[in-house]
Design a protein around this ligand. Structure first.
Ligand SMILES: [Zn+2]
Length: 283
């Protein structure tokens, strides 16, 4: 576990003493039953909880010896927890995948000696630390339905929000990309005329999951739209994670092969075989 945590947290934002054996300096810990939520919640690590001077916003107190108002030692971690909650909400991660983190999944796969899952988790960890390092490479997760692709993609989003507090977004390709952009052409839609804004959001968000990208039944307009989003993300050097039932190569007929060629440059291809219960039970 310590090596997994060390690798994951190498570039994480540290808000407490790195010598703390519980949070290793993060200042916060995830409690799967926390906050009375099914999806768990974050709380201050005990290394900070024991030093709290001001438990309410704005988390500041009067220091008699210095004769001035100073921030509580736990203030940065409290703000971090609030930011994690906001970012998680904004990321539109499906509720069943909220609160899922790589550490427990890795432990479980190790106990079972499940090499294929370990390999996929290892690639996911590599992507997370590459993002922290500022040199992110994406993931192209493919495999049959139910093999845990979406689950793994969401774990990466959860980890990035936990460790780096960067905005991320989960988008199902039909519901949140293709249909949504097409509806902006409809004068009766509340999204009428918003196409450009939606495309820009998808292009610019620091971390994006495009879930369930398929080769079949893509019209010329749809494949061009997907290419434009992927190409802009490439230009901005943004982290992109794609899940698909099809291998990367099968996209080579789409948009004259430009989608595949961009994806090759941006993403590491990872195959997951079914079934997903190995990942699900790991949590
Ligand atoms: Zn701690």
């Amino acid at each position: 576990m310590s090596t997994v945590a060390d690798r994951l947290e190498m570039y994480a934002i540290k808000l407490s003493d790195p010598a703390c054996p519980t949070c290793r300096g993060l200042g916060l810990v995830f409690d799967p039953q926390g906050g009375g939520r099914k999806t768990g919640d974050f709380e201050l690590c005990k290394c900070l909880a024991s030093r709290v001077k001001a438990p309410e916003p704005p988390y500041e107190y009067y220091d008699e010896t210095r004769n001035c108002i100073v921030p509580c030692p736990a203030k940065p971690a409290r703000h971090a927890i609030e930011r994690i909650r906001r970012l998680t909400e904004a990321a539109r991660i499906p509720p069943r995948y909220m609160g899922n983190y790589l550490g427990p999944a890795m432990d479980q796969a190790e106990q079972k000696g499940d090499e294929s899952t370990l390999m996929a988790l290892d690639n996911a960890m590599g992507t997370i630390s590459s993002f922290g390092k500022g040199d992110a490479y994406g993931l192209f997760l493919h495999g049959p339905p139910g093999s845990g692709k979406t689950h793994l993609a969401c774990m990466v989003l959860n980890e990035i929000i936990r460790l780096y507090r960067k905005p991320a977004l989960f988008a199902k390709v039909h519901r949140d990309v293709l249909s949504k952009v097409k509806s902006t052409f409809n004068t009766n839609s509340e999204l009428y005329g918003e196409g450009r804004r939606i495309e820009e959001e998808l292009a610019e968000i620091p971390v994006l999951v495009i879930d369930d990208l398929g080769v079949k039944a893509m019209t010329g307009f749809e494949s061009q739209l997907i290419y434009d989003i992927i190409d802009s993300r490439y230009d901005y050097n943004r982290l992109t994670i794609i899940t698909s039932n099809d291998p990367m190569d099968s996209f080579k007929e789409i948009a004259q092969g430009r989608v595949t060629s961009r994806l090759r440059e941006m993403c590491r291809e990872v195959f997951l075989d079914s079934p997903d219960h190995r990942l699900t039970h790991a949590l």
